[in-house]
Design a protein around this ligand. Structure first.
Ligand code: ATP
Ligand code: MG
Length: 268
């Protein structure tokens, strides 16, 4: 069996809000799954199904109500180690909210060096490699402020910053939703390259969160379908999309433009 990068065991998150924290909302309900080394696993589901809650629990932005998360066999504690934060990087939907408007791009990228590379030459090389991996021209981008580049370019900068840590696991939560459709395919292909390994990084395991079945089908080795906080279906991408078991998955697939509905053509 391949190595287990991440193991999620009976994970539950109940949010408490309102007066005296009396209102309870279930974010994730008893979810268990494993991410193996070197694979892209997609979490797919409608809005509010608990996808981001799982991402935020893995990244320890929030704490679980119940359940455990293991990274490479070790249980993640309430405050994870610096190594965990370096190895597990998040990429989010809105690149603009991930950056401080008052800093130039090079300043924000260099913040990653605090815990990683020493030496001006090493750092310069790392910047050049990571920017070229994400398809950006170094000179062009580094001196600008976030509002002086496009959303697609900023999302690439965000990916470059994550790569500077040489992560082993990326949690990408709807990373293409702010990006125009022509750059979307490039970003998806970039994730595929990152999985295989680049000149700067080893192969990276990826949790890819999307409500777009087409993207999940294109990018992932395996998929998890979520509904109302629960994982309702799990399997190899082809199996789930060609022979969905759960009625909810069938409904989801029925809403996808026919271009993606391969299974209909296969039945003919
Ligand atoms: N901080 C919070 N406080 C209270 N409830 C929350 C909080 N964050 C999320 N929830 C609720 O938890 C449930 C799961 O939300 P989550 O953000 O994980 O969904 P999602 O699948 O990422 O949705 P989307 O596709 O819209 O991003 C929703 O019912 C949501 O309203
Ligand atoms: Mg979300």
């Amino acid at each position: 069996m391949e190595n287990e990068t991440l193991k999620i065991q009976n994970l539950t998150k109940i949010y408490k809000s309102g007066l005296l924290r009396s209102k309870e909302t279930i974010g994730v309900n008893n979810a268990s799954f494993t991410l193996y080394s070197g694979e892209i696993l997609s979490l797919v589901g409608e809005s509010g199904s608990g996808k981001s809650t799982i991402a935020n629990l893995i990244l320890r932005f929030i704490q679980p109500t119940e359940g455990k998360i293991f990274y490479e066999g070790n249980e993640i504690q309430e405050i994870p180690t610096i190594d965990y934060y370096k190895n597990v990087q998040g990429i989010f939907q809105d690149p603009y909210s991930s950056f401080n408007y008052f800093y130039r791009i090079d300043h924000m990228l260099k913040q990653a060096f605090k815990y990683t590379l020493k030496g001006i030459t090493n750092r310069r090389k790392a910047l050049e490699s990571t920017l070229s991996i994400v398809g950006l021209n170094t000179e062009d981008i580094l001196g600008r402020f976030p509002h002086q580049i496009s959303g697609g370019q900023l999302q690439r900068v965000l990916i470059a910053r994550a790569l500077l840590f040489k992560p082993k696991l990326l949690i990408a939560d709807e990373p293409t939703s702010m990006i125009d459709s022509s750059s979307r395919a490039d970003i998806l292909n970039l994730f595929k390259e990152l999985k295989e390994g680049t000149t700067y990084t080893e192969g990276i395991s990826i949790i890819f969160i999307t409500h777009d079945i087409g993207q999940a089908q294109y990018i992932s080795d395996r998929v998890l379908i979520m509904k109302e906080g629960r994982i309702v279906e799990e399997g190899e991408t082809e199996d789930v999309f060609l022979n969905p078991d759960h009625p909810y998955t069938k409904n989801l697939l029925a809403c996808v433009p026919s271009i993606y509905r391969k299974w209909e053509f296969d039945e003919e």
